[in-house]
Design a binder for this molecule. Sequence first.
Ligand code: HEM
Length: 956
Amino acid sequence: MKASSKSKALQRIRDEIEEELHSRGAAPDFAFYSMAMGESVSEDMAWSLAWGVGGLLLLAWALRTLNWAWWTPRRLERALRAQGLNGTPYRFPNGDFKENIRLAKEASSTPMPLTHDIVPRVLPFLRRAIDEYGKICFTWFGPVPRVTIMDPELVREVLSNKFGHFGKPKGSPLGRLFLRGLVSYEGEKWVKHRRIMNPAFHVEKLKRMLPAFCACCSDLMSRWENLVGSEACYELDVWPELQSFTGDVISRTAFGGSCEEGRRIFQLQAEQAELLIQTIQNLYIPGYRFLPTPKKNRLKAADREIRALLRGIIKKREQAMKLGKASNDDLLGLLMESNLEYYQEHGNKNAGITPEDVIDECKLFYFAGQETTSVLLTWTMIVLSMHPSWQVRARQEVLQVFGERKPDFDGLSRLKNVTMILYEVLRLYPPAVFLQRQTYKTMKLGDVIYPPGVTLLMPIIFIHHDLNYWGKDANEFNPERFAEGISKASKDHVAFFPFGGGPRICIGQNFALLEAKMGLSMILQRFSFELSPSYAHSPHTRSVCGRSIELKLEERRRMAAQQPQQQQQVANSFTSQFAVMSKAQLYDILSQMKALIEQNQQEARQILIDNPLLTRALFQAQIMLGMVQSPKVMSNTQQALQQPQPAQVGQPQIVHSLQTVPAKVGEQSEPGSSQSLLSARQQHPTQPSISLPLASGSSQSLLSARQQRPTQPSISLSLASGSSQSLLSARQQHPTQPSPLSEPQTKGFLNLQVPSVTPIQSSQIQNISQPNPAAPHYSNLPSHLPMISVHPQQTLQNPGLFNQLLQPPFPLQPRQVTMQPFAIQFHPQMPHSLGLQPSSASQQLLSQPLFHVGSSHMGTDYGTQVSTSMQKDRGAPWVLGSSEITTVGTQLPGLPPMISGQIATGAGGQPPRPPPLTPEMEKALLQQVMGLTPEQINLLPPEQRNQVLQLREMLK
Ligand code: HEM
């Protein structure tokens, strides 16, 4: 068998050589040798020749590889260092690959504190390089130097790409095989595709897709309602839920009636993405792609199935179009329509894009649009769980605008708070962590001349967290910074670019924002959510992630009817929510309540009496801020001072203590405030107080709300900063709209934890002017208050985190970290993921209006302002299609600008240090730490959990 195949091979080589020699007129020689020396001579010769050719080929391959992996990197390194750039030394042949992986694994091996300071966690290697070598430094991705560009102006220059010489890096051949389409094209091909695809993403067209968005959301909501069932609340891993939601949206919006096939395509693509990531996670080896492996075979089989399905869908659609029966409200229909127009315009049958091109674009919709948007939504839910006051505020806005109705386009465009929240989440957790471009010819950027072959890495996440552009609270969640639009949110308006910029800005940005707003609105209408005790904050970069992010869902309708025995659970939920709030947020909440007290003490008193859990929570917040002593300490202190202990220190007392809440952090007290503090102290001499100013903008706004609607339930004011403002203005705008707070079904999560509040009647006011004997005493406070929060310096909401192209969330409990960080985006061979494709459209082409991203006609609403404001603020080269967008900075209906006196976590607005703990307090707190149950300890953020455990260990 072996002999025969060997002789066959020999025969084939001989034939080939003979043919070659014939073609060169050398056949007679060969024949001569053959005749003279017999078959064995010819065999030997054939072997020699084969070896010789093989050797030559091997040598050529070796030289090429050596050039790629040794000479070129050395040459480039010299060129960069000669210009003063610093960076890691090149390590043959992997560059920093291994170190990168090592640090990322190390970073993700332990849970991080519940903060937004995620950059060191997400890109630890890059963080270290920047700390060590400066903002413009280089690292190595394999043998390719990657220069970090941190200056937004330079980023703009690169992305504007006026001359087409900063192209996208060429992805791996394998990646290119599976992910083509607009994102991967360059030059004229890109121009043509972009022009044909733009109309499909036009706002007017997106409006037509809204019913599809809504249908997908309704399905999701029904599913969640079923899951929650009769439970009070349900723990759910939201990440896969939202992935499948966004997949569903793409299926429906891309293929309309053929969404079943669309779903199958989505599944196959998800599988492909996973396989692709696994396949390319290893360092690129030239020629590796030709080796057949089971994974690659499966990849190819999935690709064949996807293409067959898409071909079928397109064929059906073409036939329907010919018969005039096609509905063109989906992306496919719009694409085909636009293609037809393009073709007619150019009168040339090769002018449009081919059916295979259409298939590639449809595939791209999934890759580019599904993961990114689900990551955005998932982070939004997590962040709103960490900041319940914003959850309440967003819900109030949604309920004000839509009530229980299905959201519509106009309403979505008016959601200012929701938009600000989404922007802030995109800033802190950008789904695309960085963008890359490559120099294809010598290019000057800033003061540096880059030779061809250098990758420029623009770390969106670093710039989004940079204190220089965002202020001291860069790592805090503060949607308010977007209150006046994107352009005013940072010191450099280019510092916010979650969707990229320039001609290649995300074509689907308006699609994504609309989808996210619709999804979030419908979730807020129906559910409230909080972090599950098993949630572990562990952001990392990876495009496909199976890690779970469990949130506790509570169906809002049912919550209103919760039984008293569930109230302890509710109290715990307050506790856990307060535990994760920043000091500024706690101050904010307290100042809202204080404002209410100032306005109408009786009413405030009644609210506190009616809502003992709220009262406890407020008191708890005061303890956390060190504004009051814990109950035990109080009683000890009182005894020590031999002062008469108040019979009731429940709500009435908290009213007084709340009056001491500083109206504006960091300011000195004013005469008026000391007056009121004085009177509070006179009544309750043991009550600690903080001598900070009183009158605040927020109280004013609450005041005016009350004046206009004296009977309005005020419980909504107790939490969520700013909620009162939006509430008030929304009501003013929609006077006939039923007040969401007047019906139990429409109350927000936090409000629903407490009995409903009815408008205060004058008779009630009389009654409540007396201390309520049934009011809970301080001693009713749960003894398991998260003690960590008592320490004011403890960072509960800090900066922090990560994300790369597609940013997935993180695991539940301390879970084994099995994921390779950075799969997609890190890989230079990967095509799109983060924009890794070459681009070289000519300047003339790029300057055409058609490059402007399709979101025109967004109106002056807050709604889809990304492009609007970007366009307006940054000019056409940065964000295309600017004419289409409205101003982010426009004052929107429903939310007045932040009042100057209002407490904010903005730059420089750090809350003051609370007074130090007294020994008694400390003792009481320690007792409480020792009294914490394991469940209560689990509720704490990881860092604090560790501290409590250590403390307990020590005390034992
Ligand atoms: C939150 C959601 C999204 C984010 C954060 C996002 C982010 C980005 C970024 C940063 C780029 C630029 C890449 C580069 O310059 O290298 C991009 C390009 C692109 N995105 Fe998105 N995207 C999102 C949603 C979508 C959706 C929903 C779609 C389609 C349905 C989409 C389709 C595309 C396409 C086709 C491109 C390539 C544009 C071109 O090269 O001309 N994206 N996206």
